[in-house]
Design a binder for this molecule. Structure first.
Ligand code: FES
Ligand SMILES: [Fe+2]
Length: 401
């Protein structure tokens, strides 16, 4: 159970909040690289409570700047891209990727007024087919080379999952909640078997689970009654590494979350041709909505429940836009959640004391970070392109969410 104040601390992500400051110490994907085209060179981005516009100018530079023009606030999403930046559609104020104003067309020719104008701008990098943003204090750290993102002996695929209309923390707490798998997902975990009862589902398949901390997050280790074992991490602070994928949960604001999947698919006898991670252009899978109508909230929508992630979205959204944790009744099976919250608070304290938080990587030459991907691949893996009726078909590995 948390007090109202503790719940606010862990869930508020806007500028100036403690958790918002912590999340700003990491790179986050904001768009698939394919989304920016010559015909559509801008994308509206809401991230960590800030409204921004991602754009690619005619010189190929990509920027992420404030949505509202400094002049009189029209949206730069509708701006015209030029060689040197993006010009506001309203009166033509021109901005570069650093947020500097280069021109104010209606001012006198010798005016230096534009030199006084600057808008918010964040560094952007292209990596594994997505644009990533860093919104924290400079210098920016590196994007960590986790195995799923950096291994070269296969290919990657990307998927944009339906927007989660709930707090990012509800998705993340689920990642250290192994007990739900055998109950919520019992139609998928049974692999054709019938559970002894729908209340217990396949709970009796599991002998026990443990959690332990590593330099990039929390490992969740599940031991099955038949002797099998499964370990995979919550990558701090907002990623689940499971099966052959990472699920990156990027808060749009306190009550909406974008979910980017990166899949690694081993290739039998080869590699990806060693395309640089900055140049990769993986296939992007669009996943159909998990609820109908797709933009409504519980109870004015109905979830499909026909895929593991659809069931998860049902659980996370019906908890409420921000679950009231002053009413919860944590039990022994929730000890991973308690541990994760403790680490979040500890890392908030760490940055307030001037340190780098858990999983921040500074060395540009760092080695690939192993997250048990090899072990997960041995269990079978999921190809998101193999779909049926517009939904991914979970294979065994995916069902172990
Ligand atoms: S509002 Fe953007 S130039 Fe006037
Ligand atoms: Fe789940």
């Amino acid at each position: 159970m948390l007090t109202k104040e503790e719940n606010e601390l862990l869930t508020r992500v806007g500028p100036g909040t403690a958790m918002g400051d912590l999340l700003r110490r990491y790179w986050h994907p904001v768009a698939m690289a394919r989304e920016l085209t010559t015909e559509q060179p801008t994308k509206f981005v809401r991230i960590l409570g800030e409204d921004l516009v991602l754009f690619r100018d005619k010189s190929g530079h990509v920027g992420l700047i404030a949505d509202h023009c400094a002049h009189r606030s029209a949206s730069l999403y509708y701006g015209r891209v030029e060689e040197r930046g993006i010009a506001c559609a309203y009166h033509g104020w021109l901005y570069d990727t650093e947020g500097r104003c280069l021109e104010t067309p209606a001012e006198p020719a010798d005016s230096k007024f534009h030199l006084t104008v600057r808008i918010t701008a964040y560094p952007v990098r292209r990596f594994v087919g997505m644009y990533w943003a860093y919104m924290g204090p400079l210098p920016a750290p590196e994007i960590p080379r986790y195995d799923v993102w950096a291994r070269q002996d296969g290919i990657r695929k990307l998927a944009m999952y339906p927007r989660l209309d709930a707090s990012w923390l509800q998705a993340m707490e689920n990642s250290v909640d192994p007990a739900h798998l055998q109950v919520l997902h019992q139609e998928f975990t049974g692999r054709g078997r019938t559970p002894p009862g729908t209340t217990r589902g396949f709970t009796d398949d599991v002998a026990g689970f443990k959690f332990y901390e590593v330099p990039y997050g929390i490992i969740k280790k599940r031991t099955y009654a038949n002797g099998k074992m499964d370990e995979h991490p919550l990558i701090f602070p907002n990623i689940l590494r499971q099966g052959n994928a990472t699920q990156i949960r990027v808060p749009m604001d306190d009550t909406h979350t974008n979910i980017f999947f990166v899949y690694f698919l081993p290739v039998a006898n080869g590699a990806n041709g060693h395309v640089a991670l900055e140049d990769e252009d993986p296939e992007v899978i669009d996943v159909a909505p998990f609820k109908d109508p797709p933009n409504a909230l519980h109870p004015f929508t109905r979830f499909t429940l026909d895929a593991v992630l659809a069931q998860d979205h049902m659980a996370w959204e019906t908890q409420g836009p921000i679950v009231d944790r002053s009413h919860e009744r944590l039990a022994t099976s929730d000890r991973g959640i308690a541990m994760y919250r403790d680490i979040l608070r500890r890392e908030i304290d760490k940055i307030q004391e001037g340190g780098d938080p858990l999983a921040v990587v500074r060395d540009p030459q760092h080695a690939i970070i192993e997250t048990f991907l090899t072990e997960s691949l041995a269990e079978g893996w999921f190809d998101p392109a193999r779909r049926d009726g517009g939904q991914p078909r979970p294979r065994e590995a995916l069902a172990r969410a």
